[in-house]
Design a protein around this ligand. Structure first.
Ligand SMILES: O=C(O)CCC(=O)C(=O)O
Ligand SMILES: [Fe+2]
Length: 506
């Protein structure tokens, strides 16, 4: 998933991607949270905000009226201006004059504020522009509003700075930046967050997933699966049924897309405040160090959710192959989720039932250009995925992916035909913490560019997920609250520099 922040984070979103309920009450979590936040975001704030806007508008109208009626001849005007300059300015008028350029954003910003009050747990990208423009018009705009509310308003509006909401963030695509040579400051991590390729090799298991479903041979393979997901949170899946030629073609097409001239790729660029489409790292916070990666992000399932304006028609076979690949990945994901349940002696549909009818699959094609300072810059900063599980097709030749175990980083080996499967936050929640959603990151490389394709299996955002009853007992007490729209939460917490999984913890 997208955007991550500094130290091992289980952010948002990523990408991605809400919560809160006390002991065992599964019904009203999100509502309680909303109510709590609404109360915190007191009427005082809304009143201050609306008063401010209405007084401002009134002051401006009166001011404009006065100008119209009392405009003196030019000479007297200069004298009057000089006199005015020598007197102490009225602070209210001084502040309000700064609203002139932004008065047109007021209705939209007010609507946004009311939205934030009503639905404090999900971002409101549509109004972010208005609020941020208002804020830019007057640096003192939020004066008088309690600072905690300001943070909430800003984060719900997903604002940082207005240009950050542009489809492609103002730093430019990484491909463009890389072609200029110098690595801008915004990509440089502080020393403690930098990575090195000479890490030990990760020992996550390689699993023949065809055996997971063989009636006679599944036992040891299921045991390997359970152990791998408990210790590493990931495994390499071989014998998944897709041919070498086919997965190679997927990689090839991804590479061909990123090799197209920029103007061609920009035809698919994401729109403001959108995840989907071609773009660079989405800026969700001003402190964010940017990832050295460009990506094409597509919702691939359900089919009626596909937005084909973002699906390249060049290279020619792109759509057809992505359609076939992601259909396979959906089936593989569901088989793996069944096997995960069986490995815990549960009914095989336990996880799938939790995730609901309306699951969603998002594909993220990552392209990591060569980087002159691989020691200072990360391809993707540490994060855990907000999915239930993620199926990753790695580059066939270029390493870079690392997983954290304990407090140490390990390199993910390349097994050319394998799919790397990792647990996401939502399967960690459903398994009551038995399966681990691993923190991982991607390093950069000065010699070679790298591609990868991550497909996120995302539960129905309307369905509340929670630890399975059978996995809660005296020795393993319930670790997580009930969660709905985890992807929304993921982003929200990410922006605030917090870990979404922490928010879900009991
Ligand atoms: O490029 C990779 O190997 C991993 C990318 C990743 O972690 C992600 O897209 O969430
Ligand atoms: Fe990831």
């Amino acid at each position: 998933m997208d955007n991550r922040d500094g130290s091992p984070t289980r952010p948002a979103l990523s990408h991605l991607y809400s919560i809160h309920q006390d002991n065992g009450d599964t019904s009203g979590g999100a509502i309680k949270y909303s109510t709590a936040v609404s109360l915190r975001l007191s009427y005082r704030t809304l009143r201050t905000f609306t008063l401010k806007i209405s007084t401002t508008m009134a002051a401006i109208l009166v001011f404009l009226g006065c100008i119209a009626i009392f405009t003196p001849p030019a000479t007297t005007r200069t004298e009057a201006m000089n006199a005015a300059a020598s007197t102490q300015p009225d602070p209210f008028v001084t502040e309000d004059s700064s609203f002139f350029p932004c008065i047109s954003f007021v209705p939209e910003a007010t609507k946004c504020m009311i939205d934030v009050f009503k639905h404090p747990v999900s971002p409101h990208p549509a109004c972010c522009k208005a609020i941020s423009k208002l804020q830019n018009c007057s640096s003192s705009f939020f004066n008088g509003i309690p600072s905690a509310d300001v943070i909430l308003i800003k984060s719900n509006a997903v604002i940082s700075k207005p240009p950050a909401m542009a489809g492609i963030n103002p730093s430019g695509t990484v491909q463009d930046v890389a072609s200029k040579g110098e690595v801008p400051e915004r990509y440089i991590h502080k020393e403690s967050d930098r990575g090195a390729l000479n890490a030990p090799l990760m020992a996550a298991p390689v699993i023949d997933i065809a055996l997971l479903f063989s009636s006679s041979k599944s036992g040891p393979e299921l045991e390997k699966l359970r152990h791998g997901l408990q210790s590493w949170g990931c495994f390499q899946a071989i014998n998944h049924g897709m041919s070498t030629e086919f997965v190679d073609e997927v990689r090839q097409l991804a590479k061909q897309f990123f090799d197209l001239p920029m103007e061609e790729k920009l035809k698919y660029s994401r729109e403001e405040a959108e995840m989907e489409g071609y773009g660079n790292d989405m800026i969700l916070s001003n402190q964010q160090i940017l990832d050295w990666t460009d990506r094409l992000y597509l919702t691939v399932y359900p089919q009626q959710s596909r937005r084909f304006k973002y699906w390249p028609t060049n290279p020619e076979r792109f759509r057809e192959v992505v359609d076939e690949y992601t259909a396979n990945v959906k089936l593989i994901s569901e088989k793996i989720l069944k096997a995960m349940a069986r490995s815990l002696d549960l009914d095989e549909s336990s996880f799938l039932n939790q995730y609901g009818e309306q699951v969603k699959l998002d594909a993220r094609f990552n392209f990591y250009p060569r980087c002159r300072n691989p020691d200072l810059v990360l391809g993707v900063k540490p994060h855990a995925d907000g999915s239930a599980i993620t199926i990753l097709l790695q580059d066939k030749e270029v390493e870079g992916l690392q997983f954290m175990k304990g407090s140490e980083w390990f390199n993910a080996p390349i097994i050319p035909d394998a799919l790397l499967v990792n647990v996401g936050d939502q399967a960690e929640i459903t398994s009551n913490g038995i399966f681990k959603s691993p923190v991982h990151r991607v390093l950069t490389n000065s010699e070679r560019e790298r591609i990868s394709l991550a497909v996120f299996y995302l539960p129905d955002s309307e369905k509340e997920i929670e630890p399975l009853e059978k996995l809660i007992n005296e020795t393993q007490p319930r670790l997580y609250k009930s969660v709905k729209n985890f992807v929304g939460l993921y982003f929200e917490y990410y922006q605030q520099g917090q870990r979404p999984m922490e928010a879900a913890r009991m």
